[in-house]
Design a protein around this ligand. Structure first.
Ligand code: 1CP
Length: 363
């Protein structure tokens, strides 16, 4: 990878986000208040999102720098959250590299040609490295531009860059579309181990270049969404997938940014996920944070883990649940409040705003 420091204009170098509550908590430093942001905080739960997205497809929106930047900023304006998450999608680097993929409304990522053989992997585009001036790097210009526009507006609020983890990306590429159990990918890893290894090597590079590009352009932290890793046993995760996540996270390990590693339904994987190059762990709503502290020996700042379903509960029950998350999270060496998975599309923005206020008052 080229260069191993951030540009002097980067919000971390310029002193804008270095002592933000988010970066402090992710680094295990004492913060002025408990920071809070939400996975999928941008998107369908916000009327202002539905309005600006009208007539533009999901991937077109991601590749329109002004629009992607506006959507990224919407939840920060509305909720006063402590971080923005870059509006994009885990399949954007594939699309940008030239892979035939679209996001079908109401479905998710759909690939023209699912990966089933070594010839399929070998036909995937060359990726190169972040900043090398190659075809992929050049095609990522709308991403750099969107990040630059966003951090200009964010000032002292950090932007979180992200990528899909190699297993999650490979699960879509092999299946060709969303699936419940990721069976095609889980079969391929045993039926054709060399094809699996080659595919994970490719998705690791795609994820690594994508996050490094966002960081160099201005993101102050990154999150790797290992969303579907919970479908694997610990042994399979360690043998077949953790190396890919480590490679993707290592792509920014020389830069001074916290690296959050999140997976859903993965209480049994927290330890290996931490070992795969993370500096902080995202915990889903099924594992209480104090148990996550115990499972990881208190070595990692944690992020999480309000049950998204509780956003629909009576307000007193929601408040008690948020307080419980705050109490348990206080045992971690740093705690960033988040949902235990993505924001439900029908979440009530007024309820979400109350959660932010509660965290800021009592956290
Ligand atoms: O029509 C629409 O509005 C598209 C819905 C949508 C949105 C708003 C998709 C399709 N992706 C996104 C944005 C998105 N995706 C963000 C934006 C920032 C934010 O959080 O506010 C992020 C971080 C993602 C990441 C993502 N995409 C993940 C990882 C997170 C997770 O939920 O575990 C995954 C698995 C995807 C794939 C994907 N993209 C879109 C959908 C509906 C899906 C899931 C499909 C499935 O069930 O497999």
């Amino acid at each position: 990878m080229t260069g191993s420091s951030l540009p002097s204009t980067h919000p971390l170098s310029a002193g804008l986000t270095r002592d933000s509550a988010l970066v402090q908590a992710l680094e295990g430093r004492a913060s002025s208040h408990r920071p809070v942001w939400f996975m999928r905080q941008a998107g369908r739960s916000l009327p202002e999102y539905l309005k600006v997205r009208e007539g533009t497809s999901m991937l077109e929106s991601c590749l329109d720098p002004a629009l992607a930047s506006e959507i990224t900023l919407q939840p920060v304006r509305r909720y006063g959250v402590d971080a923005a998450i870059f509006f994009s999608d885990i399949v954007v680097p594939m699309r940008v590299a030239g892979v035939g993929v679209d996001i079908a409304p109401g479905v998710g990522p759909v690939f023209d040609r699912p990966i089933r053989s070594m010839a399929d992997v070998e036909a995937l585009p060359e990726l190169g490295e972040a900043g090398d001036g190659g075809a992929f790097d050049q095609a990522l210009e709308p991403i750099r531009e969107a990040v630059r526009l966003t951090v200009e507006q964010l000032g002292q609020t950090p932007l979180i860059g992200f990528a899909g983890a190699p297993f999650t990306l490979a699960a879509y590429m092999v299946q060709g579309r969303p699936s419940r159990d990721h069976m095609a990918a889980r079969e391929l890893m045993w039926a054709q181990p060399e094809v699996w290894e080659a595919l994970v090597a490719w998705t690791s590079r795609a994820a690594g270049v994508f996050v490094r590009t966002q960081v160099l352009a201005g993101a102050s932290a990154v999150q790797l969404f290992d969303s579907w890793a919970g479908s694997l046993s610990e042994k399979t995760y360690v043998e077949k997938c953790a190396g890919g996540s480590r490679a993707a996270l290592t792509a920014v390990a020389d830069l001074p940014v916290p690296r959050i590693h999140f997976a859903a339904n993965a209480g049994h994987l927290l330890d290996p996920m931490g070992a795969a190059g993370a500096t902080a762990l995202g915990v889903d709503y099924r594992t209480p944070l104090d148990e996550a502290v115990a499972a990881t020996g208190g070595r990692f700042p944690l992020q999480g883990n309000i049950d998204p379903a509780m956003l629909g509960a009576p307000i007193e029950a929601l408040e008690r649940h948020v307080q419980d998350v705050l109490d348990r999270g206080a045992q971690a060496p740093g705690h960033v409040v988040n949902l235990g998975h993505g924001m439900p599309p029908h979440a009530n923005p007024d309820v979400v705003k109350r959660v932010v206020e509660q965290v800021h008052e009592r956290g």
